[in-house]
Design a protein around this ligand. Structure first.
Ligand code: ATP
Ligand code: MG
Length: 220
């Protein structure tokens, strides 16, 4: 489902930083993989390159059979929207929108072309993540763990093939963190979505099928 070939990223905004060096890896469809490693080892960089949020300095990323380096403009945005769901440490919910509206948001511009009612699908997903009784709450009225559940439901609204989660438990206490891990694991099993999680959290790593360790931008 995900292949990287000799992936290298050198940030050149200031003094050059070799964030990722020659990373070659393969992740099968339906796998749940943890990416661990010290702070600065390149975990977020790797997720951003796989998720097409950034471009590599050299090397290739293939997701779901598509060499993402060949995509430009709208094709790239379409690809990202249709195949990939993102979950971040800081949730990134819109504070003025309800849980239901936040989940619907990625597809609101496209709702005319949908073969299903967007609101129904968003409600179903919130029920699936255990928030059927919080549909009309604003993010500020939800706990951190509940906000992350909303973010996960939002990531699923496009029925993505891949979920990329960057420290999804980083802002949660251990109990809420464990619940989020269990939820991701459950969604992976039930929906077959491939999950890639960057984490410092041992509980996440233990739940994974496999752990990839990075050090100084290399897989070790
Ligand atoms: N936009 C950027 N410009 C310049 N350097 C960057 C940029 N983003 C990351 N880096 C550098 O690249 C290296 C890898 O960073 P990255 O964020 O991928 O690490 P990480 O493993 O996710 O760390 P953490 O566990 O702290 O989140 C670090 O040395 C970081 O300072
Ligand atoms: Mg990071």
């Amino acid at each position: 489902m995900i292949t990287t070939e000799n992936l290298t990223k050198i940030y050149t905004d200031g003094a050059p930083v070799r964030a990722l060096e020659d990373v070659t890896l393969e992740i099968a469809a339906g796998e749940f993989v943890a990416i661990t490693g010290p702070s600065g080892s390149g975990k977020s960089t790797l997720l951003n390159l796989i998720g097409t949020l950034d471009r590599p300095t050299s090397g290739r990323v293939v997701v779901d059979g598509v060499d993402v380096g060949t995509l430009r403009g709208n094709a790239l945005a379409d690809f990202r929207r249709e195949r990939i769901g993102f979950v971040f440490q800081m949730f990134h919910l819109v504070p003025t929108l309800t849980a239901l509206e936040n989940v619907m948001l990625p597809l609101v511009p496209y709702r005319r072309g949908l073969k299903f009612r967007l609101e129904d699908r968003a409600r179903e997903l919130l029920e699936a993540v255990g928030l059927g009784d919080r549909l009309h709450h604003l993010p500020g009225q939800l706990s951190g763990g509940e906000q992350q559940r909303v973010a996960i439901a939002r990531a699923l609204i496009n029925t993505p093939k891949v979920i990329l989660a960057d420290e999804p438990t980083g802002n949660l206490d251990s109990r809420a963190g464990a619940e989020i891990v269990a939820l991701l694991r459950q969604l992976n099993r039930e929906r077959g979505v491939t999950v890639l999680v960057a984490t410092h959290n041992e509980v996440v790593a233990q739940a994974a099928d496999r752990t990839l360790r990075l050090r100084d931008g290399r897989v070790v």
